[in-house]
Design a protein around this ligand. Structure first.
Ligand SMILES: O=C(O)c1ccccc1NCC(=O)[C@H](O)[C@H](O)COP(=O)(O)O
Length: 213
């Protein structure tokens, strides 16, 4: 078992998906949120997912999705659902029960007090994704390349399995994992040349950094 595994999020092309798989990503992420530059229609996601081998977990990223979108997206072959909106625990639990998939809940973090939200998802989610809180009025609740103070996780008793995201890249992921003790990291902007434009070399470099840890 590697010390650290990685999810490459917001993939939208076959070549960048192939780079993630070749580099050893444990998870790949597909965004279903129209305001995102990484948004995919379920048909596009289905074509990508068909080319991804089984052991790589395919995670669909959603923001306060309705059931119709979830039904169409899950049918593409997702293994896990990541909720990145304001979904309360009851909605998270209902989505998990309806689809029978692993459920990740993003918890936005700026201060230590923000971490308290994680405990409310015990019994509703399978994993917490700590991500940087984006500014009020921002278009996106994630995928903005922002990081939070990793020291906030120091000594925190995690209520659920968890992953770290927010502003990670090939140059800082070792420090982030060292400070937080993360076993799973998630990156999007840090392997891009522009919002939504993934770079195969940056994906390779990120995954090499992860493999060295
Ligand atoms: O990536 C998006 O466009 C996105 C849009 C709406 C909600 C969530 C989104 N991304 C979620 C992720 O899992 C990202 O990988 C995570 O926020 C880290 O992003 P970054 O700081 O850019 O590495």
């Amino acid at each position: 078992m590697p010390r650290l595994t990685a999810k490459i999020c917001g993939l939208s092309t076959a070549d960048t998906l192939a780079a993630a798989i070749k580099g050893g990503a444990s998870h790949v992420g597909f965004v279903f949120f129209p305001k995102s530059p990484r948004n995919l229609h379920p048909e596009q996601a289905a074509a990508l997912i068909a080319g991804a081998p089984d052991p790589v977990m395919k995670v669909g990223v959603f923001v306060d999705p309705d059931d119709a979108l979830l039904d169409r997206a899950v049918a593409t072959g997702l293994d896990a659902i990541q909720l990145h909106g304001a979904e309360p625990p009851e909605r998270v639990a209902a989505i998990r029960a309806r689809h029978g998939l692993e459920l990740w809940k993003a918890v936005p973090v700026r201060t230590r007090a923000d971490l308290a939200a994680a405990a409310s998802y015990r019994g509703a989610a399978d994993r917490i994704l700590y991500d940087a809180k984006t500014p009020k009025g921002a278009d996106l609740p994630g995928g903005m390349g922002l990081r939070f103070d990793w020291k906030l996780l120091d000594g925190f008793r995690h209520p659920l399995p968890w992953a770290l995201s927010g502003g990670l890249d090939a140059g800082n992921v070792a420090e982030a994992a060292g400070i937080t003790g993360a076993r799973l990291v998630d990156v999007s902007s840090g392997v891009e040349n522009a919002p939504g434009v993934k770079d195969v070399d940056k994906i390779a470099a990120f995954l090499q950094s992860v493999a060295r840890i």
